[in-house]
Design a protein around this ligand. Structure first.
Ligand code: NAD
Ligand code: MG
Length: 397
């Protein structure tokens, strides 16, 4: 029997890698739905190749554009809008959902998949950062399976004891070692970062990824979001996680045990490995990734993260410790800051400053419902926009 897969964010970097892996195993997987915000031509091309039951675009114009690119008798139904995203993610005919929308826009459909008891392949780390406790409850209450796609979390998952139940001590786990490439500006000082361009920031040394996560990698906010992601996924505290800069990006993360053992997962920096692992788990299958050649790689380097030059990592730790709505505020402010940087409206070093100012102005509320997460997200976006316009004094914190 084949598994039906919905790919949210199909036209993105993770979405395309997912379809590449699926296409290698037609006897195991078929595509149920594909979704995208823009790039109608790309989505139409994917629809023609995979013939899903549904395709969903962000808006009506996008859906019309996709319909125009398909033959009239094509069997795929093209829908649009946020409700359709959640509907395909929770549809009874889908077994697995690849959550690969970037940013807060992915929260509702990912949550819908969790509540509907799907196997959720989670790339969209922002969803977990925003609403970690609610998301983990939804996975449990929905009887869903949560498989991390982020390469570090997938590596940690692979390095954890098979029956890990959310508690370090009974399994002899002492800490998680979360590796970071350090991004394109590793070793730089703050004054050197003042004039970096979006093109320089998105030129990641080891990974080819979407623009937003590439900028997050350059500021180390990506590692901050991943720290929070790991705390929720593995039920631990930030002090149980050590960030280790490893510029080669071959060791994808490690777990240290009380007897001195350290278990790691290694591989080429290619997201098709974690994607294939999560699709096939607990089995393994080919992914198209080249075998690792250690002799060619030659050496592994490690260093501490420079949290002084890259304050986003500390901001994320602080947001997790504050708890409640603060991680959602961190995430929303960062999304606005990254967008402004990519639009060349603010310099690189303003990204952490803006995030910090929005966090400083936020009064944390307990995470009692999805509504207060969404309200905090909207508040932080407004606050960030107003700070960008220099009118902070008029904003009620
Ligand atoms: P991307 O920008 O390449 O793709 C994003 C996808 O989401 C596209 O299909 C886009 O159309 C869709 N999308 C964007 N905004 C949307 C909206 N408002 N509504 C509906 N759909 C929308 O991003 P990516 O690099 O593939 O990253 C996707 C997610 O995976 C992110 O959360 C990222 O942090 C995470 N991730 C990516 C990588 C990687 O190697 N690219 C690695 C680890 C984690
Ligand atoms: Mg990662």
């Amino acid at each position: 029997m084949t598994h039906a897969v919905t790919v949210l964010g199909a036209t993105g970097s993770i979405g395309c890698s997912t379809l590449d892996v699926i296409a290698r195993h037609p006897e195991r997987y078929r595509v149920f739905a594909l979704t995208a915000a823009t790039r109608a031509e790309k989505l139409a091309e994917q629809v023609l190749q995979h013939v899903p039951q549904y395709a969903v675009m962000k808006d009506d114009a996008g859906a019309d554009a996709v319909r125009c690119l398909l033959p009239q008798d094509h069997p795929t139904t093209v829908l649009s809008g946020a409700e359709a995203l959640s509907w395909v993610a929770a549809h009874e005919e889908t077994d697995m959902v690849m959550a690969a929308i970037v940013g807060a826009a992915g929260l509702l459909p990912s949550l819908a998949a969790a509540q509907a008891g799907k196997r959720v392949l989670l790339a969209n780390k922002e969803a977990l950062v925003m609403a970690g406790p609610l998301f983990m409850d939804a996975i449990r209450d929905g009887g869903a399976e949560l498989l991390p796609i982020d390469s570090e979390h997938n590596a940690i998952f692979q390095s954890m004891p098979e029956r890990y139940d959310g508690h370090f001590a009974p399994h002899g786990i002492s800490k998680i070692l979360l590796t970071a490439s350090g991004g394109p500006f590793r070793g730089w000082q703050a004054d050197q970062l003042a004039d970096v361009t979006p093109a320089e920031a998105v030129a990641h040394p080891n990974w080819t990824m979407g623009q937003k996560i590439s900028v997050d990698s350059a500021t180390l906010m990506n590692k901050g979001l991943e720290l929070i992601e790991a705390c929720f996924l593995f039920n631990c505290q930030p002090e149980q996680i050590q960030v280790v800069v490893h510029p080669q990006s071959v060791i994808h993360s490690l777990v240290q045990y009380c007897d001195g053992s350290v278990i790691a997962q290694l591989g080429e920096p290619d997201m098709r490995t974690p994607i294939a692992y999560a699709l096939a788990w607990p089995e393994r299958m080919t992914s198209g990734v080249a075998p690792l050649d250690l002799v060619t790689i030659g050496r592994f380097d490690f260093e501490a993260a420079d949290e002084h030059t890259f304050p986003c990592l500390s901001l994320a730790r602080r947001a997790f410790m504050a708890g409640g709505t603060m991680p959602a505020v961190l995430n929303a402010a960062n999304e606005i800051a990254v967008e402004a940087f990519l639009g060349e409206r603010i310099p690189f070093n303003t990204i952490p400053m803006l995030v910090q100012q929005v966090m400083d102005a936020h009064k944390v509320e307990a995470m009692t419902s999805l509504e207060n997460v969404l309200l905090a997200d909207q508040w932080a976006r407004r606050q960030a926009h107003q700070l960008l316009q220099g009118s902070v004094n008029e904003v009620d914190a």
